[in-house]
Design a protein around this ligand. Structure first.
Ligand code: NAD
Ligand code: G6P
Ligand code: MN
Ligand code: MN
Length: 434
């Protein structure tokens, strides 16, 4: 019996995941999918559950869909557990974005101050899930999408007894597909070697039909004839000279670090009109659930494309299938370095191209160390992730304050501290350890 449990099942992304499972039924014959949520999410969960059942029955597949708030029942004997939850919901996200802006700093749900507080709220919950998995489904893989994926993976690596965990993001697959589209080739023909951290990952080598085409593709990319973005990030062109000198493919989230001034200016302009990404997503979510509720709807609606998580389901289902079928192919995941990058501690986690088998994920070594040009930023953010992970798990305020101050988007002790305590106040209810 192949059983998957999805925690945060009421997410509006779930129909995309269902679509991915339906598409792959031949290689991944799921018997049971358990969608788990909490009381506050129960209405959403039931709407999603009913839509999922309509989708499965339209495809004529014997996949059983369960909805529950009993997490332990869902975890019992599961083979895969995916997590896509949001502690505090979109209201908490709105604060993660708006409070930093009101202090004059970037407001983003996974980077800077917002990322830190999302991490502090989320990590205890994910560690709790991992602990239950060690007891109820010790062989199962935990596939974590819950942001901030980098900090959460770091927490799992440091504190979880359950060792079968992996972090996953749609950014690498999104960049691959974006470039394939621009080159007008099928996405199956392209593969990019990626390394870095979550939402701070760089593309190094590009292969088309297994041939190294890095030079040609970089040339087009750097001319600006290829641009890749995500729906949740303001599309802003890179400086060509900068790209050429860097000679790597940055990810869209790098704009918060390499274009901080412009990104902040843009966010502040929106913020003055009362708009943040959270308020936009709240609108999209209301639209989506109106559609999901309609008993005549039995497929994933196009409106879901307004969300930033495009291809999230392909990333997830490909990963699950490769583990389940022991494929040994290459995919980009967040996992423990384990000696792959020499000047990066063995126990640190990174986001990197890995070989995916039933027994685990093995970084695929295509570089020995990070280039000097990006190493500094990667290490700064790694320190931020580690401090955030430790602060959340230990309930340690000093580590959390230090994480805030050291983050390059803040980098100021007194302003960082003021921002920290403002956000702490706003998050009290979700931070029982502080
Ligand atoms: P959402 O606000 O719809 O939340 C999803 C569900 O989680 C809600 O139904 C909510 O009730 C539930 N929830 C909250 N606390 C819970 C708990 N303790 N246990 C179980 N369920 C709980 O969020 P969303 O916009 O659908 O995003 C979900 C998560 O996925 C977020 O953390 C987001 O950052 C992440 N995400 C990650 C990627 C990626 O690249 N890794 C892509 C898309 C979304
Ligand atoms: C991208 C990122 C995710 C993030 C999402 C936000 O897909 O990889 O980690 O959660 O964007 O999208 P949203 O529609 O919620 O702003
Ligand atoms: Mn992501
Ligand atoms: Mn691919």
């Amino acid at each position: 019996k192949l059983k998957i449990a999805t925690i945060g099942g009421g997410s509006s992304y779930t129909p995309e995941f269902i679509e991915g499972i339906i598409k792959r039924y031949d290689e991944l014959p799921v018997d049971e999918l358990w969608l788990v949520d909490i009381d506050e999410g129960l209405r959403k969960l039931e709407i999603i559950g009913a839509l999922s059942r309509r989708m499965v029955s339209k495809a004529n597949l014997p996949i059983k869909i369960f909805t529950t708030t009993d997490r332990r029942e869902a975890l019992k004997d599961a083979d895969f557990v995916t997590t896509q939850l949001r502690v505090g919901g979109l209201n908490a996200r709105a604060k993660d974005e708006s409070i930093p802006l009101s202090h004059g700093f970037i407001g983003q749900e996974t980077n800077g101050a917002g990322g830190l507080f999302k991490g502090l709220r989320t990590i205890p919950v994910i560690l709790g899930i991992a602990e239950e998995m060690a007891e109820l489904c010790p062989e199962a893989w935990l596939i974590n999408f819950t942001n901030p994926v980098g900090m959460v993976t770091e927490a799992l690596a440091r504190y979880s007894k359950h060792r079968r965990f992996v972090g996953l993001c749609n950014v690498p697959i999104g960049i691959e597909r974006g470039i394939a589209d621009m080159l007008n080739i099928d996405h199956d023909r392209i593969r990019i070697d990626f390394a870095g951290l979550n939402h701070l990952v760089y593309g190094f080598n590009v292969f088309i039909d297994n041939e190294n085409k890095t030079k040609e593709v970089f040339e087009k990319y750097m001319e600006g004839s290829i641009s890749v973005n995500m729906k949740n990030i303001e599309p802003m062109a890179w400086d060509k000279e900068f790209l050429r000198a860097l000679n790597l493919i940055p990810c869209p989230y790098h704009k918060y670090y390499y274009k901080t001034v412009e990104m902040l200016k843009n966010e502040l302009e929106q913020f003055q009109k009362g708009i943040t990404r959270a308020t936009e997503v709240m609108k999209t979510e209301r639209e989506l659930f109106k559609i999901y509720e309609d008993p005549g709807v039995d497929t994933k609606p196009v409106e879901l494309e307004k969300r930033g998580g495009a291809y999230y389901s392909d990333a997830a289902c490909n990963l699950i299938s490769s583990i389940h079928n022991d494929k040994g192919d290459l995919q980009v995941v967040d996992t423990i370095n384990n000696g792959a990058i020499k000047d990066f501690a063995d126990e640190y986690t990174l986001e990197m191209t890995c070989r995916i088998t039933r027994s685990g994920l093995k970084p695929y070594k295509f570089i020995d160390e990070f280039p000097m040009t990006v190493k500094g930023l990667i290490h700064e953010i790694k320190a931020f992730e580690i401090l955030g992970a430790e602060a959340a798990a230990e309930g340690n305020i000093s580590k959390a304050v230090l994480a805030m101050i050291l983050n390059p988007l803040i980098a100021d002790d007194s302003a960082g501290k003021r921002l920290f305590y403002d956000m702490l106040e706003a998050n009290r209810q979700y931070l029982p350890r502080f």
